[in-house]
Design a protein around this ligand. Structure first.
Ligand SMILES: CC(C)=CCC/C(C)=C/CC/C(C)=C/CC/C(C)=C/COC[C@H](O)COP(=O)(O)O
Ligand SMILES: CC(C)=CCC/C(C)=C/CC/C(C)=C/CC/C(C)=C/COP(=O)(O)OP(=O)(O)O
Ligand SMILES: [Mg+2]
Length: 280
C-alpha cells in the first residue's frame, strides 16, 4: 500500500466516517453539513494517526517496525508536515459546518480535537489511563460531532448516547492494546497502566468496561432509538465482546491481547451493522 495512505490507518478512518453515516441514517437525513462532518472526521483522525506515528517513531521501531516511518518509507519531517496539512483541512471543514448552520459548536469540537489529538500524541499516550480515556473520549465524540452537525435536540441526545457506548468500548480496547504493546512501551520508558499496575488488573478493568457496555446496550432499544432488529444483531456482538473479555482475563500475553483487540474491533463493526439495520 502507498505509505501516505497506510499511515492514515484507512480501516480506522473508514470506521470513524461510518460513525457519522450512522448518525445520518438514524436521523434519516443527509445534508451538506453532515457530508462536511464526514470529511472533518476523515481529516482529523488521519491527522491524529500521522502525528501519533510521528511522536511514536522510536516506540514503533520495536512494536510496529513495519509502519511507514520506522520502515523508512516516510521521513520524519515529511510526516509532521503531512499531519499539519491534514489538521488544517479538518479545521476548515469544521469552520464550514458552523458557518453554514450558524452553530459554532461543530467548529469548537474540531478545534478541541486538533488540540487533544496533538497533546495525546505528544504526551498523554504515556499517561496511565488518561491516555486510554482520551482515545475513548475522542472516538465517542465522533458520534456526538455528527449529532451536533445535524443540530436537532433529539439527534444531539441520541448521538451522545451512541458516543457513550463507543467511549466505553474503545477505552477497553485501548487498555488491551497497552497490554499488547507492553514490551516496546517499557523499553521507551512509557508509563502505561499495564506497566505500572500489571496486566492482570488491566485485564479486569477491560472486562468490567466490556460488561458495562454489554449490560447497558439494550437501553438503545428500550429508549426507542432502534428497532428489535438492533437487539437481535447486537446480541452477536455482545457474545463476541464477552468472549474476548474472558480470553483476556485468562491470559494477558501479547498474542492474546492482540487477538482480543481484533475481536473487539470486529464486535464494533457488528455493532455498526446493528445500528444501521435497527434504524429501519
Ligand atoms: C455494546 C455496544 C453497543 C458497543 C458499541 C461500541 C461502538 C459503537 C464502537 C465504535 C467505535 C468507533 C466509532 C470506532 C472507529 C474507529 C476508531 C477511531 C478507533 C479508535 O482507534 C484508536 C486506535 O488506537 C487505533 O488503533 P488500531 O486500530 O490498532 O490501529
Ligand atoms: C470529533 C472529531 C472532529 C474528530 C474525532 C477524531 C477521532 C475519531 C479520534 C479517535 C481516535 C484517535 C484519538 C486517533 C488518533 C490517535 C491514535 C492513533 C491513537 C492510538 O495510538 P497509540 O496509543 O500510540 O497506539 P498505536 O500503537 O496503534 O500507535
Ligand atoms: Mg502510536
Amino acid at each position: 500500500m502507498n505509505p501516505y495512505i497506510e499511515i492514515l490507518r484507512p480501516g480506522n478512518v473508514i470506521m470513524a466516517m461510518i460513525a457519522i453515516i450512522l448518525v445520518a441514517i438514524v436521523a434519516h437525513s443527509i445534508s451538506i453539513p453532515i457530508i462536511l462532518a464526514m470529511l472533518a472526521v476523515f481529516f482529523e483522525i488521519s491527522a491524529g494517526n500521522v502525528i501519533n506515528d510521528y511522536f511514536d517513531y522510536k516506540i514503533d521501531l520495536i512494536n510496529k517496525p513495519e509502519r511507514p516511518i520506522p520502515s523508512g518509507r516516510i521521513g520524519l519531517k515529511t510526516a509532521r508536515n503531512y499531519a499539519y496539512i491534514l489538521f488544517l483541512c479538518g479545521t476548515i471543514c469544521g469552520f464550514l459546518i458552523s458557518y453554514l448552520t450558524n452553530n459554532w459548536i461543530p467548529f469548537i469540537i474540531v478545534l478541541c480535537a486538533d488540540i487533544i489529538l496533538y497533546i495525546y500524541a505528544y504526551k498523554l499516550k504515556s499517561t496511565p489511563l488518561i491516555g486510554n480515556l482520551t482515545v475513548g473520549f475522542m472516538t465517542g465524540l465522533c458520534f456526538a460531532f455528527g449529532g451536533f452537525s445535524i443540530g436537532t435536540p433529539q439527534m444531539i441526545y441520541t448521538s451522545i448516547f451512541l458516543g457513550f457506548f463507543a467511549f466505553v468500548m474503545t477505552t477497553a480496547r485501548e487498555i488491551t492494546k497497552d497490554i499488547e504493546d507492553i514490551e516496546g512501551d517499557k523499553a521507551e520508558g512509557a508509563k502505561t497502566f499495564p506497566i505500572l499496575y500489571g496486566t492482570k488488573i488491566s485485564a479486569i478493568i477491560t472486562f468490567i468496561l466490556i460488561i458495562l457496555d454489554c449490560v447497558l446496550c439494550p437501553l438503545l432499544y428500550f429508549q426507542h432509538i432502534f428497532s428489535i432488529l438492533y437487539l437481535i444483531i447486537i446480541s452477536i456482538a455482545v457474545i463476541l465482546f464477552i468472549y474476548a473479555g474472558i480470553l483476556l482475563i485468562r491470559n494477558q500475553n501479547t498474542e492474546t491481547a492482540s487477538k482480543v483487540s481484533k475481536y473487539l474491533k470486529i464486535g464494533m463493526l457488528i455493532a455498526f451493522v446493528s445500528f444501521a439495520i435497527g434504524s429501519f
